[in-house]
Write a new protein. Structure first.
Length: 83
């Protein structure tokens, strides 16, 4: 029913659980459904987030991987500082 469009898009919690149970990368089903998960929605509201996304859009997969590595380092520092 969900796949043939007979039902609407599931609730965010349901999408998150499906991603987890089906071992789908986080956010992939949200992207397919054309909506943001909570984390993406929070990020998009940050000042400069849309400009950042537009700046990153033309990058190659390899360049994007580099950006993600640097971003993960920042996130790890932030997580350590919050403890």
């Amino acid at each position: 029913m969900l796949l043939n469009g007979e039902r609407g898009v599931p609730a965010d919690d349901t999408i998150s659980k499906l991603e987890q149970v089906l071992d789908i990368p986080r956010g992939a089903l949200f992207d397919t459904a054309g909506k943001h998960d909570r984390v993406a929605a929070k990020f998009v509201q940050k000042n400069g987030a849309r400009l950042l996304m537009r700046t990153l859009a033309p990058l190659t997969e390899a360049e994007m991987a580099e950006v993600q590595t640097v971003a993960q380092r920042f996130a790890n520092r932030h997580a350590k500082g919050a403890k």
